[in-house]
Design a protein around this ligand. Structure first.
Ligand SMILES: Cc1cc2nc3c(=O)[nH]c(=O)nc-3n(C[C@H](O)[C@H](O)[C@H](O)COP(=O)(O)OP(=O)(O)OC[C@H]3O[C@@H](n4cnc5c(N)ncnc54)[C@H](O)[C@@H]3O)c2cc1C
Length: 387
């Protein structure tokens, strides 16, 4: 076991850090949806080959190890660099197409993803199918060389900006088990019959409902084989995990700012950093962050060994998302009312980032699979408890 990164990885970390600083500027704060979604920035990363760091060379990637991808992800998150325009395509769409996609799909989409030219949204969740995703009801009916799609998706990120939708659809309503009758389609979001409607969240992230009303798509839109979609969905979620491994770096940045604030601020004439309660709280969070980082590194290490983490990924997801809520509370406590000042208010420390983070922090416990479901996975796959 070696707890150090290699000299090459540290040099790569510095290269990414320098690039982000020169591109985004020293005062970049990031965070909000419109700042994190930038086609222009994704294209710049694409030019450097940094969208496909871990992708095999035969598909145009750099073919570098998972640990390099982790280092890159850490710097992107610590730097709050925009990745939203390409992240779903990079982590979910591309790897699944490489595994099961047709030659036509690979030729068409992989180069576009690598160059940061294309935005995908991932549309799985429905009003009656979130945690129980296999119950999804949006359906596709075969009609000659075409499928006619009807139904509704909800809580879909970036659907209003996306060029293509990667959607889960029921293609066999009579399948003996509900997860067996699902297929994945890639659809052009401009297809007649596909419309979106905004859902504004408390953390300034716009989600969308997506409606399919007799949307007619060619049968070549089916990814891989018909009715195998459930396996592709679960496979694609596996690919997301190396990115998850880097999550803690974003929280570390917030924590570093809270510590800096405690060191540089006096309350009632006494530096906050001398307040015994605040010192205890900061130390507790430092312990949590260390533990969270190691859980993430374990995911990257498992992937490096060719093992797809399963319950390990759920453990990391539950721990880090609940840590984020504690971090939001810590920020409010240390900064006091200053922490509640919004961006744009001159007196707001760190340009109001903490106020936004507090509103954002409950999200991770639901997004990407609710924590209760992760705990069920840990019980069954990790502890071997009966279903
Ligand atoms: C910011 C954000 C972005 C998102 N982006 C996308 C996207 O791009 N594409 C997409 O398809 N989806 C997206 N989602 C949706 C997300 O995947 C779902 O919200 C999530 O899977 C939970 O589904 P649900 O909201 O329907 O909640 P439900 O499944 O209705 O659950 C509601 C509550 O009940 C609890 N619960 C449910 N089942 C159980 C159980 N068996 N045991 C114990 N408790 C249970 C849950 O923990 C939850 O708190 C996004 C969500 C968020 C917050």
């Amino acid at each position: 076991m070696d707890f150090r990164f290699t000299a090459q990885q540290e040099a790569f970390r510095q290269e990414v850090r320098d690039f982000l600083r020169s591109e985004l500027g020293p005062d970049w704060r990031g965070g909000k949806t419109h700042e994190m979604f930038s086609r222009e920035f994704s294209r710049k990363l694409g030019k450097k080959g940094w969208i496909g760091i871990g992708w095999p060379k035969e598909y145009g990637g750099l073919g570098r190890p998972h640990m390099d991808q982790l280092v890159f992800g850490e710097e992107m998150l610590y730097g709050r660099a925009p990745s939203a325009a390409h992240i779903l395509a990079q982590n979910m769409v591309g790897p699944t197409l490489m595994n099961v996609g047709s030659e036509e799909h690979k030729k068409k989409f992989l180069p576009m993803i690598l160059s940061g030219e294309v935005v995908f949204c991932l549309a799985y969740t429905e009003p009656q199918a979130g945690s129980d995703l296999a119950s999804l009801q949006t359906n596709a009916r075969a009609e000659g060389d075409y499928f006619i799609i009807n139904g509704q998706k909800t809580f879909i990120s970036f659907a209003g900006d996306a060029d293509y939708g990667w959607i889960g659809v029921r293609t066999d309503p009579n399948a003996p088990k509900k997860h067996r009758g699902i297929s994945i389609f890639i659809v052009d979001m401009k297809t007649p019959g596909i419309t979106t409607r905004k859902l504004d969240t408390m953390f300034d992230h716009t989600l969308y409902e997506v409606f399919f009303d007799d949307a007619k798509v060619h049968k070549s839109c089916v990814v891989g084989q018909l009715n195998q979609g459930w396996y592709y969905i679960t496979q694609a979620l596996d690919h997301e995990r190396v990115f998850m491994a880097a999550t803690i770096a974003g929280y570390q940045r917030i924590f570093d700012e809270i510590v800096e604030y405690a060191k540089s601020t006096k309350r009632n004439g006494i530096p906050l950093s001398k307040d015994p309660i605040i010192r205890q709280k900061l130390s507790e969070m430092a312990i949590d962050l260390h533990a969270g980082r190691l859980l993430g590194y374990r995911l990257a290490w498992l992937l490096e060994q060719g093992i797809v983490p399963f319950s390990e990924a759920s453990i990391s997801k539950v721990f880090t998302s609940e840590l984020e809520k504690r971090l939001g509370n810590l920020g409010m406590q240390v900064l006091g009312l200053y922490g509640q000042l919004q961006r744009g208010t001159p007196q707001a420390p760190y340009d109001g980032y903490l106020e936004w983070e507090y509103r954002f922090s409950p999200m991770q416990a639901v997004g990407g699979g609710a924590n209760e479901i992760q705990r069920i996975i840990i019980a069954i796959a990790g502890l071997g408890l009966p279903r």
